[in-house]
Design a protein around this ligand. Structure first.
Ligand SMILES: Cc1ncc(COP(=O)(O)O)c(C=O)c1O
Length: 992
C-alpha cells in the first residue's frame, strides 16, 4: 500500500459518512440540538458539524454556534503573545464597553451621529497639535481604516498637487515617481502600484541603519518626483528615518532647481511614540515643524492603543489637500465632505481613540511609551548578554552608538535613565545570531528559534532584511504596551532555554525543524527577487511554476531534505537549504547543460586532435576540468562540501588553462607589425599580459581557499570576493580573441561581416564571445543582487558563460597563426584558380560553395577532394574545351597540393598546417634565400623551421613552373599583397 499520497480531509469525512450511497450528515442547525438529555447536548454533540462552504438551509441556536466558533477560534495564536504585530491587543474594560456600546455606528453617517463626528474632529485636532501643527495654517485630516488607507490618501494628494503644478507650467504629467526605502511597508509600494506612480525603491544598508539613505535620495529625485515617503519607525528594525536630513536635501534641491518636492511621513507606529518620549525622534525635527512635511499618517490601532480598525492622516494645511480629492456628499439628509477611500468605517474605534487620548493624557501616553522602550532595551541587552545574539535594532545603544561591542557592553542603565539617553526608535527588538554563535554552532538555524518559541505560544517571526541586505535574517519582537515586565522575563528565559536546547541538539534532529513554513509578517514584495527571498523563507514556490507532485521528487533527487546531505551544516554555504524549488530546477538543469556541452566539445576536440600539438591537449584538459563542477547538485554524502569545493578547484584551474591557451594563441602577435601596437608598445603589452596572468594564480588560490571555507560553513568571505572573479578570469582570453579579429581585419582588409560571410566560424566565435560576456555580466549582477540564482554563485549564469567561453576554443582549435595561414593559402589558391580557369571553371554558385567549404576545412590539402572535381574530364582534358581549362586549373591545383602535401604525404592523416611551406617558397622578393625558415617561437614553427633552403627553392620552382605559365611571378606579387600579409610570417619575426 502506498502511504505517501495526498489525503483530502473533506472527502475522507464524506466517505465515512456515506452509507447506503447517501451522505448522512448531522448539521448543528438540525432540530436535535434541542435535546435536553445533558446540559452540553446542544453545544458539544459530536454528531453535528458546521456548514463550511455553503449557507445552510436552516440556522442553528446562537449558543451552539457561538460555542463551536469559539472552540475553533481557540486554535488561533494568543493576541497578547503575538509579538510579531504592532497592532494593539489590549484595551481597558471601560474602553471596550464604550466600543461595544457604539459598535453599530458608522463613520459615513455623519449627520446621524454628530456627537461621534465631534469626537472625530477633536481627535484630528489633538493629533495635529501633537505633530506640531503651525499657527497660520489650518491642519485638516480624517480617520481611516488604518495607515494603509491614510498613506494612499497622502500619496494621492502629492500626486494631484504635482499634476496641477506641472499642468499650470505647461509640462507633461506622464511619468510621476515617488521615493521610498527598500524597507518600506507594503502599503507604500501598494500606493505606487495602484495609483500608477513609479516607485523608486532605494536600497538600504547597514551603513544607513537599514533605512532610507539621504545621499541616495539626492541622486534619485527629479522634476517628476511627486514626493518622498519617509518612515518614522521602520517595520523591519524600528529605526526612525532621518526626516530632517532628507528635508534639508530637498531644500538644497529646490534652491538649485526651483523644484519643490514634498515629504509625507509614514509614522504608522512612530506617530504615537515620538511626540511622547524623551527621545522624541532622536533630536532632529520630523513633523509639521519642518515646512517640507506636508502630511503625516499614523495607525490609531498601533501605538494609539486602539483595537484594529483605525488610522489617521493629517495635512499641515487644507491647501495641501487638493479640491479634486474632496467629494461633497448630500446623503441621508445632510451635506458632508468625504476624502477617504472607504465610505463606511467603524465609528467605535474613533470613539475609543478619543477615550485613550483624554483618559491617558500626554503623561499617560508618555509613561506607556517610555515603559515599552525600557522593556525593549531590557530584552535587547539580555539577548546580547548571552553572547549568542546581537541586535540589529539600536534603541538599547547609547545615543549615537550603532555598533555591537560584545556581550560585556550589555549593561543595564541607571534608575533614572530615559529613552533620551539612547538612540531614538520604536520599541522593537530585531536580533540575530551573533557571528561567534554562527561560527560555533553552524548547524543551528535561526528559524528554529522562531519555531520552538511558537511551540511555547510566542509568535516571533524570523525573516530576511530588505532586498540588498536579505542575507541577514532577523527575529523580531515588537514590545507593545501589553508586554509586562513579568512576561518579558518569561520570554527571555524561554528564548535562552530554546537556544540552549538547539545548541545541544544534533544537525539531524534539527533538520526536521527547517523545512516547514515560517510566517513572515512583512513579506510584501510580490514578484522578482523579493518574492524569491520570501519564498526562501517560507518554502513555497515563488512563481508557482512547479506542479506540487513534482516537488517531493525534486527534493529527493536533489537531496534537499536529506539531513546527511547539504554541505554538512546549516550555515550560509549550505546552499540547498537556502535554495528554492525553482533554484534547484535551474541549478540541476544548468549543471546538466554544462556537463553535456563540455562532453560534446571534448569529443570534438579529441576528434580533431593532432599529434604533438600541445594546444589541443590543453583545450581538452580545460574542458575536462570544468566538467567536474557540473555534478555537485546530484551528490549526497558526508563531506559533500569538500566535493563541491574540490570540483570548484578544478574549475579555477580550468580558467587558468583557458588563459594559457589564449596566451599560446596570441603569442606571435604582440610584436607583429599587424598587431594593434607598435613594436615597443607590443613588448610592454606582452609583459603586462603575462605578468597580470601570472598574478591571477595567487588570487585564484585565495578564492579556492575561500570557496572551501564558504561551502563548508566556516567563513563568508567567498561571497564578497565572488563578484570580482571575472576580473581574474576573462580579460586575457577576451583580449586574445579581439586581437585575432583585429589581425585578420588588418591582413585581409575585410570588415567583420565580410569575414563572417567568408568564414562562418568567425561569426560563431564572435557570438560565443558576446554570449559568454553577457552571461558573465548576469553572473556579476546575480552575485551582488539575488535575482535568479543566489549570491553565493549557485546560479546558471556562470555555467552558460563558461560553456560559450570553452566554445571559443573548440571553434578555433588551432593557434591563430595556423588559422591565418590557412585563410591565406585558401585565398592564394582561389586567386590562382580564378586566374587559371579564366572564370570558366566556376560559376557564381560553385564559387560560393567553394568558399564555404574552404572555411570549414581545416586542411586545405583536402580542398579538391571535397569539391568533386570531374576527374574523368580532368584525365581527358582534350575531350571538351572546358575540360581543357579545367585541366589547366587542375594542374595548378595539383601543384598547390604538392606544395601542401608534406613530403611524407600524410596530409590526410591530419598534417599540421604549420608544415606547409611559407610564402617565401613562392619566391617573393622579401624572402632571403639561404635563411633557414625560423621559428617564431611557436611549436608549429619549430617544425616548419626545418624546411631547408633547397626545399624552399624546390617548392618555389615547382610553383613558379606551374603558375608561371599562366601568370608572371611579379604580376602575382602585385596582385596578392594581402595574401602576402597573411602568411608571410618569416619577415615579421625579426626582433622577436
Ligand atoms: C511603517 C508602516 N507603515 C504602514 C503600515 C500599515 O499600517 P496599517 O496596518 O495600519 O494599514 C505599517 C504596519 O505595520 C507600518 O509599520
Amino acid at each position: 500500500m502506498v502511504l505517501a499520497k495526498h489525503v483530502n480531509p473533506e472527502e475522507l469525512l464524506e466517505q465515512l459518512q456515506r452509507t447506503d450511497g447517501k451522505i448522512h450528515r448531522h448539521h448543528a442547525q438540525q432540530e436535535n440540538v434541542g435535546n435536553f438529555l445533558t446540559p452540553y447536548s446542544s453545544r458539544y454533540n459530536a454528531q453535528h458539524e458546521i456548514s463550511k462552504f455553503r449557507i445552510p438551509q436552516n440556522g442553528a441556536p446562537a449558543d451552539a454556534v457561538h460555542q463551536m466558533l469559539k472552540d475553533e477560534l481557540d486554535l488561533d495564536g494568543r493576541p497578547n503573545l503575538n509579538l510579531a504585530s504592532f497592532v494593539g491587543t489590549y484595551m481597558e474594560r471601560e474602553a471596550e464597553a464604550l466600543m461595544v456600546e457604539n459598535l453599530a455606528k458608522n463613520m459615513s453617517d455623519a449627520d446621524e451621529y454628530p456627537a461621534m463626528m465631534q469626537m472625530h474632529a477633536r481627535c484630528v485636532s489633538i493629533i495635529a497639535n501633537l505633530w506640531g501643527a503651525q499657527k497660520g495654517e489650518t491642519a485638516i485630516g480624517t480617520a481611516t481604516t488604518g495607515s494603509s488607507e491614510a498613506i494612499h490618501l497622502g500619496g494621492l494628494a502629492m500626486k494631484r498637487r504635482w499634476q496641477e503644478m506641472r499642468t499650470a507650467e505647461g509640462k507633461d504629467v506622464l511619468k510621476p515617481n515617488i521615493i521610498m526605502g527598500a524597507n518600506a511597508q507594503v502599503a507604500l509600494e501598494k500606493f505606487a502600484r495602484y495609483f500608477e506612480v513609479e516607485a523608486r525603491i532605494l536600497p538600504v544598508s547597514e551603513k544607513s541603519h537599514f533605512r532610507l539613505d539621504p545621499e541616495l535620495v539626492k541622486q534619485s529625485i527629479d522634476e517628476n518626483t511627486i514626493g518622498v515617503f519617509v518612515i518614522l519607525g521602520s517595520t523591519y528594525t524600528g529605526h526612525y528615518e532621518p526626516v530632517e536630513d532628507i528635508s534639508n536635501i530637498l531644500d538644497e534641491y529646490q534652491a538649485k532647481t526651483g523644484i519643490d518636492i514634498p515629504i509625507h511621513v509614514d509614522a504608522a507606529s512612530g506617530g504615537f511614540i515620538a511626540p511622547f518620549t524623551h527621545a522624541q525622534a532622536g533630536g532632529p525635527k520630523w513633523d509639521f515643524k519642518l515646512p517640507r512635511v506636508k502630511s503625516i499618517n499614523t495607525s490609531g490601532h498601533k501605538f494609539g492603543l486602539v483595537y484594529a480598525g483605525v488610522g489617521w492622516i493629517i495635512w499641515r494645511d487644507e491647501k495641501m489637500l487638493p479640491k479634486h480629492l474632496i467629494f461633497e456628499l448630500h446623503y441621508l439628509g445632510g451635506t458632508e465632505e468625504s476624502y477617504t477611500l472607504n465610505f463606511s468605517r467603524p465609528g467605535a474605534q474613533v470613539i475609543a481613540q478619543y477615550y485613550n487620548l483624554i483618559h491617558l493624557g500626554f503623561n499617560g501616553y508618555k509613561a506607556i511609551m517610555e515603559n515599552a522602550l525600557h522593556n525593549a532595551r531590557l530584552l535587547s541587552k539580555s539577548l546580547e548578554a548571552t553572547g549568542w545574539y546581537t541586535c540589529v535594532s539600536d534603541i538599547h545603544r547609547k545615543k549615537g552608538t550603532y555598533t555591537y561591542a560584545g556581550s560585556q557592553d550589555a549593561v543595564l542603565g541607571k534608575e533614572d535613565e530615559t529613552s533620551a539617553d539612547y538612540n531614538a526608535g520604536l520599541p522593537v527588538v530585531a536580533f540575530r545570531f551573533s557571528d561567534q554563535f554562527k561560527k560555533e554552532y553552524p548547524h543551528v538555524k535561526q528559524e528554529a528559534v522562531s519555531k520552538l518559541l511558537r511551540m511555547k505560544q510566542y509568535i516571533i517571526p524570523n525573516y530576511p532584511l530588505p532586498p540588498n541586505e536579505e542575507k541577514i535574517e532577523i527575529l523580531r519582537v515588537v514590545v507593545r504596551e501589553s508586554m509586562s515586565l513579568n512576561l518579558l522575563d518569561k520570554l527571555i528565559c524561554d528564548t535562552i532555554e530554546v537556544t540552549e536546547g538547539l545548541i545541544q541538539a544534533d544537525a539531524f534532529h534539527l533538520s526536521a525543524l527547517y523545512s516547514a513554513a515560517t510566517t513572515i509578517e512583512k513579506s510584501h514584495q510580490s514578484a522578482g527577487k523579493d518574492a524569491k527571498a520570501r519564498h526562501k523563507q517560507d518554502g513555497m514556490a515563488p512563481f508557482g511554476l512547479l506542479p506540487p507532485d513534482l516537488v517531493p521528487l525534486l527534493h529527493e533527487f536533489l537531496r534537499r531534505d536529506d539531513p546527511s546531505s547539504g554541505s554538512v551544516g546549516a550555515g550560509d554555504g549550505d546552499w540547498r537549504a537556502h535554495a528554492s524549488d525553482e533554484d534547484l530546477v535551474i541549478e540541476s538543469w544548468s549543471q546538466g547543460f554544462l556537463v553535456g556541452s563540455l562532453i560534446i566539445m571534448a569529443a570534438i576536440t579529441i576528434a580533431n586532435m593532432r599529434r604533438k600539438v600541445l594546444l589541443h591537449k590543453f583545450i581538452l584538459l580545460e574542458q575536462l576540468m570544468a566538467m567536474s563542477h557540473g555534478t555537485f547538485c546530484f551528490m549526497d554524502f558526508k563531506g559533500y562540501g569538500w566535493y563541491l569545493s574540490g570540483t570548484a578547484t578544478l574549475l579555477y584551474l580550468s580558467w587558468i588553462v583557458h588563459n594559457l591557451v589564449a596566451w599560446m594563441k596570441i603569442k606571435p602577435f604582440f610584436i607583429d607589425r599587424r598587431s594593434m601596437f607598435k613594436q615597443e608598445t607590443g613588448i610592454w603589452v606582452r609583459n603586462i599580459y603575462l605578468s597580470t596572468l601570472a598574478l591571477t594564480v595567487p588570487v585564484n588560490i585565495f578564492q579556492i581557499f575561500n570557496n572551501f571555507r564558504f561551502f563548508n560553513n566556516i567563513n563568508n568571505l567567498y561571497t564578497y570576493v565572488r563578484p570580482y572573479e571575472p576580473l581574474i578570469r576573462d580579460p586575457w582570453w577576451v583580449f586574445t580573441c579581439l586581437t585575432l579579429f583585429h589581425v585578420i581585419r588588418k591582413c585581409y582588409g575585410t570588415g567583420f561581416v565580410e569575414l563572417i560571410r567568408k568564414s562562418p566560424r568567425f561569426g560563431i566565435l564572435l557570438a560565443a564571445i558576446l554570449l559568454s560576456m553577457s552571461f558573465t555580466a548576469l553572473d556579476i549582477v546575480a552575485s551582488i543582487h539575488n535575482f535568479i540564482g543566489s549570491t553565493d554563485g549557485i546560479n546558471p549564469w556562470w555555467k552558460l558563460s563558461l560553456v560559450f567561453k570553452c566554445l571559443t576554443d573548440t571553434i578555433m582549435l588551432d593557434d591563430f597563426k595556423t588559422e591565418l595561414k590557412r585563410l591565406g593559402i585558401i585565398r592564394i589558391q582561389k586567386q590562382e584558380e580564378r586566374r587559371n580557369s579564366v572564370a570558366l571553371v566556376l560559376d557564381d554558385k560553385e564559387e560560393r560553395e567553394l568558399e564555404f567549404a574552404d572555411a570549414l576545412n581545416t586542411n586545405p590539402a583536402r580542398y579538391h577532394d571535397l569539391n568533386n572535381f570531374n576527374w574523368n574530364n580532368a584525365l581527358n582534358p582534350t575531350d571538351d574545351p572546358q575540360g581543357r581549362l579545367r585541366h589547366a586549373s587542375m594542374e595548378n591545383s595539383r601543384s598547390s597540393e604538392a606544395r601542401v602535401e608534406p613530403h611524407n604525404g600524410n596530409a590526410m592523416r591530419g598534417t599540421k598546417i604549420g608544415r606547409l611551406p611559407g610564402l617565401r617558397s613562392f619566391g617573393f622578393e622579401n624572402i632571403k634565400p639561404g635563411k633557414k625558415a625560423k621559428a617564431d617561437g611557436h611549436a608549429d614553427d619549430e617544425e616548419r623551421g626545418s624546411a631547408t633552403e633547397e626545399q624552399i627553392r624546390d617548392n618555389g620552382n615547382h610553383i613558379g613552373g606551374g603558375i608561371g605559365k599562366q601568370c608572371a611571378p611579379d604580376e602575382r606579387v602585385t596582385n596578392m599583397p594581402s595574401s602576402v600579409d597573411a602568411i608571410d610570417f618569416q619577415t615579421r619575426q625579426e626582433g622577436y
